[in-house]
Design a protein around this ligand. Sequence first.
Ligand code: NIG
Length: 392
Amino acid sequence: MTLVIDNISELVTNDPALGDGPLGVVTNASVVIDGDTVVAVGPAGAVADERLDAGGRCVLPGFVDSHTHLVFAGDRAEEFTRRMAGEPYDGGGIRVTTDATRNAGRAVLRDSLQQRLVEVHRAGTTTVEVKTGYGLSVDSEAELASLAAEATTEATFLGAHLLPSEYQGRADEYVELVCGPMLDAVRSDVRWIDVFCETGAFDADQSRAVLTAGRAAGLGLRLHANQLGHGPGVQLGVEMGCASVDHCTYLSDDDIEALAASETVATFLPATDFSTRQPYPDARRAIDAGVRVAMASNCNPGSSYTTSLSFCIAMAVRDMGMTIDEAIAAVTTGGAAALGRSDVGRIIAGGPAHLTILDAPSRHHLAYRPGVPLIWRTLGAGFRLPPAGDQT
Ligand code: NIG
């Protein structure tokens, strides 16, 4: 059974061969899909078994959210309120969420993860990465990894998120646990390994040890780097060949030079900078230097409790020096590159039918109408959603 989505005012394909500019924009377009696959992209008026009238709306590739921490229990609304009153963010609240997560039980964790995935999908996202990192013990990290793996193929082990309370003063012992028994317990469930390389979390040597162990276990590498200040994270990420270094709120000239000369993607997480009152990264400077960039939500209960990449796009255009087209590329092909994927983030014949339909005639509305729920429909998903009857 084929379906044509017709009467599309503006179609972003991300294939320059199909339309105008780097985003391959086709006006007055249609897309034909067969099951989960796009079979044709072209002018309006294509014929199929069924027809969905887009009503002059804009259609984009489903967003690719390459950095989330969606498996956790509880929230930290009070911490956020204290922060807005002037308390600085230092990441210490990760332990608060770790306590809540360890005590929650699998059914509660699974249910809350599923409801967040519904929210992610309603926000226009069709590919999502999910990290562990609120277990910080062998058993709890193994549980979070298996829940993340149930949801997505893009599951990431973040045992080195923060030193748990019971390991205070014994950081090297904890790193050995992460690199040994904890990694062994999660490796069959995850595709990636990640470390929070920052003052107060893990230093460059500890982060290198974790990434080296992950690579030996066959995992791809990612890194939290330069979130709260300048540090060694970005350089380490490039040296280790990470697919992505994430945050990059603080970038030195040397960091930019190293990134530009590498395959490593710099992933900006501006909702974090919004929620922690950090400065926004200067994306313009990075892009002009030739750095490959992505943008992700970093949805987590502490530093960025949002699933909205539309919100990120608006911030990127307003405050990070990105054009609307660069911001859209960052949450589609950029996110795909950060995950080492070439199959998602575009609308092309033969590709997955992952589409976001805006309740707006053009992509510009994503930045022009901030805070307005512009996602009309999200079609397809590369992650597992609960059955419709279980969605609240
Ligand atoms: O990416 N920086 C480390 N991890 C998360 C924050 C998690 C939290 O505060 O709970 C981040 O911002």
